[in-house]
Ligand binder design. Sequence first.
Ligand code: PLP
Length: 387
Amino acid sequence: MKRIYLDYAATTPTDPEVIKTMEPFLFDKFGNPSSIHSFGQEAKKAIEDSREKLALFLGAKPEEIIFTSGGTESDNFAIFGVAYALEKKGNHIITTAIEHHAVTEPCKFLQKRGFKVSYVSVDKFGLVSPQDIKKTITDKTILISVMHANNEIGTIQPIAEIGKIARGKGIYFHTDAVQTVGHLPVQVNELNVDLLSLSAHKFYGPKGVGAIYIRKGTRIERFLHGGDQERGMRASTHNTPGIVGLGKAIELCQDKMQDEADFQIRLRDKLIKEMPNKISEVCLNGHPTKRLPNNINFSIKYIEGESVLLNLDMLGIAASTGSACTSTSLEPSHVLLAIGLSHEIAHGSLRISLGRWTKEQDIEYFLEHLPKVAEKLRAMSPLYEKK
Ligand code: PLP
């Protein structure tokens, strides 16, 4: 059976070139980078090369990059690290209603320990207003955390503008850039951020490795206590193959990113244009233009996203109803509710995300089969009355 992967926002395959670059570090060059002998030193050099590649992509200094186990750890590090370093200065954090759980859960945890967290709402496109952030700032605000682009609906936030406001008030600004790094230009100085999270498996690198950018001079508590790896900022033996893979992956993205984005935007917009011609009562979720090049999110009225997903899977098509982390829960996505969808419409949502190996024919196959699936499910739906 044909298998078509349209779920690149959940994870991407590791690029074969990345795998080739990682392989020597699993056996021949297996040394512990903290060891002073030659085995250790060749691993250390490879890690420092990766750090430089990532720093170059971000317009950062290599010493401002800390390697982590992925996006979740980087988000937790940013939030707990700043909260604990600055708790004597203030106890107020500002974030938004549509962040990934890797941001909202640490915030909720801090609330149980006396911190105050404001979850700023978004408009119907999922956009947060910089002025709303500004209005929420108090003299106790120590951190603002706003994601660069949303993983479910793809909306890209005005990060540079929010960063300017934060800087003007002397408040640290973190962005979760897990969905943008490797897909869009991400320059820490243009975005005015002090902290930024990223994850290799979202840009054709391996799973279980990521990084956090921490602007020089930022006051932050270390997150993992133990050895003095990463200049004492993050204990634990380095994941050398993973870090080498991350470095190669970001280098490939640097070369391919613009062409890939142009191609994906063409396919994305074709899908956005064609869907309402093929299925009645569908609506696009997220912003029509300020959205990730690879993201399409639709609600199809009168049917359940989960049923669509299962039927598509039987046809070999992999898509998503939202964030993979919550796809086992039956609660509608907090992001779709935050943009004002009713529970019923939110339950009928479908996310399609494109990537390096998506072909035009994949989109055609999807456009051919989705209307049939929708028709079949609507025929069984008591809510649906054919117009
Ligand atoms: N933040 C966003 C926006 C994400 O999309 C994800 C993963 O889906 C994460 C954080 C978590 O990243 P990781 O899977 O590397 O822990």
